[in-house]
Structure formats: structure tokens, C-alpha cells
Design a protein around this ligand. Structure first.
Ligand SMILES: NC(=O)c1ccc[n+]([C@@H]2O[C@H](COP(=O)([O-])OP(=O)(O)OC[C@H]3O[C@@H](n4cnc5c(N)ncnc54)[C@H](OP(=O)(O)O)[C@@H]3O)[C@@H](O)[C@H]2O)c1
Length: 206
């Protein structure tokens, strides 16, 4: 399996390093090719599975540069958040309420199999869930059950045990809208090494 990681920030670098440590071939895409990175288009053409690890507000521009033909009907793991920092901290969401970035990407590229996940925790924990003690959870949204199963397999290989399949891509509204509370928790805890855990009454899931 070959992977494309669109995005050269902390998340893109972390995901690419993890995939390479597992023996996968990875190309990292950027607006400008250079040391250790290629164009968004070259990366997207290369990958069987594509990560969207670009700035949420610019993800549509990045995907346009990747090119519809290169994206095709591949799986796109979307972990971007549509954060708007234009009015300072804390950021607001540039897409929210009755829409989400995940849906916007899916609408723009209907053949793409968008799977939204990993956007609700910091990137060090994405690839190393055991850094947080006890049980803690991931969420997943997407229209294509086979694509979600493929992504689930990859995440399980990273150590993820509890992944809540919330349903179709419209459920990404819920996880993207967790960001306002995530950001405030980071402020009150003073660090980013935490995650959400959904606790259920015993009879609720018997
Ligand atoms: N940081 C975390 O731990 C974390 C956790 C969960 C989710 N996320 C989400 O993951 C994504 C990546 O976060 P990050 O902190 O690694 O990096 P980031 O600074 O949010 O994004 C960097 C990437 O966005 C691209 N980009 C920026 N402006 C662009 C534009 N106008 N057109 C096209 N591409 C543009 C950059 O391209 P160049 O390579 O050309 O500069 C770069 O590859 C974000 O959506 C963030 O909300 C982050």
C-alpha cells in the first residue's frame, strides 16, 4: 500500500513518519516541491490512500492543486479542522452547524471516499494512543463502509481499540464541532496530551 500525505506541518510529518516506520511507501505533498516533499499533485497520484493533513481553511485549495484526476475514487482520510484564526485566539470554525469540512470535500469530489477521523486529538497521540493511560476513543464518519473498514484496520495497527463509527460523512459536523471544547480543555489543562473517552452505562451497550 502506498500513501500520500498532503500537508507538511506537524501532523503531516508525524503521520508520514509513522507510516514509514511500518514499512509503507509515503510521499508528502506541499504547494512547493523540495527536500523531502513533492507537489500535492505528485503525492496524490502516488498514494492509494491519501491523508488530508492540510490547514482546514485551505484544504479545498490544496485538493484542487492535488487534482481531481489524481484523487479519483481513492480513500481520503480527512483529519483537518476548519479553524479560523483571523480574529485571534481561540479560533472559530469557518464551516459549522449544518455543514462540515468533511462534507464539503465529499461534495466537491463525489467519487472520493472521504473518511473523517483523527481530527479530535493532537498528532502525537494519533499515532501513539498508548501515551494516554486507560481507555480513550476515536470517531469515524464516512459514506463508504469498505473505506471505513480499511481505515479502521490502519488505525488498529496504530493501537486504536475504540473507534466509534458515527455514520455517514454528515456526522463529521459533530467531531469538527468538538474543536471548540478541545481548545478550551488544552487551555485549562495546560497541555495537549489528552483525549475524549465515552463512558456508557453497562445496560446501554449490553
Ligand atoms: N496539530 C495537531 O496536532 C492537529 C490535530 C488534529 C487535527 N489537526 C488538523 O490537521 C491539519 C494540519 O495541521 P498542522 O498543524 O500539521 O499544519 P497546518 O499549519 O494547519 O497546515 C499545513 C499545511 O497546509 C498547507 N497550506 C496552508 N495554506 C495553504 C494554502 N493557501 N493552499 C494550499 N495549502 C496550504 C501547507 O502547505 P505547504 O506545505 O505548501 O506550506 C501545509 O502543507 C489542520 O487542518 C489541523 O486543524 C491538527
Amino acid at each position: 500500500m502506498k500513501y500520500a500525505v498532503l500537508g507538511t506541518g506537524a501532523v503531516g510529518q508525524t503521520i508520514a513518519a509513522k507510516l514509514r516506520s511500518q514499512g509503507y511507501e509515503v510521499l508528502v505533498g506541499s504547494r512547493s516541491a523540495g527536500e523531502g516533499k513533492v507537489s500535492f499533485a505528485e503525492a496524490a497520484a502516488f498514494g492509494h490512500i491519501i491523508f488530508n493533513a492540510t490547514k482546514g481553511e485551505a484544504s479545498l485549495q490544496a485538493l484542487a492543486l492535488a487534482g481531481e484526476g489524481n484523487l479519483g475514487d481513492k480513500i481520503l482520510i480527512d483529519l483537518a479542522n476548519p479553524l479560523d484564526f483571523s480574529r485571534g485566539m481561540p479560533p472559530t470554525l469557518s464551516i459549522c452547524n449544518d455543514d462540515s469540512l468533511g462534507e464539503t470535500i465529499q461534495r466537491t469530489y463525489p467519487r472520493l471516499k472521504v473518511v473523517k477521523t483523527l481530527n479530535t486529538l493532537n498528532c502525537a497521540l494519533m499515532v501513539n494512543p498508548s501515551a494516554v493511560g486507560g481507555s480513550h476513543d476515536l470517531f469515524m464518519s464516512g459514506n463508504d463502509p469498505l473505506a471505513k473498514a480499511e481505515v479502521h484496520k490502519l488505525l488498529a495497527s496504530w493501537g486504536w481499540k475504540t473507534i466509534h463509527d458515527l455514520g455517514d460523512i454528515s456526522t463529521a459536523r459533530g467531531t469538527e464541532q468538538l474543536l471548540p471544547i478541545w481548545i478550551r480543555l488544552m487551555g485549562s489543562l495546560g497541555h495537549a496530551d489528552f483525549n475524549f473517552h465515552i463512558a456508557q452505562a453497562a445496560r446501554a451497550h449490553s
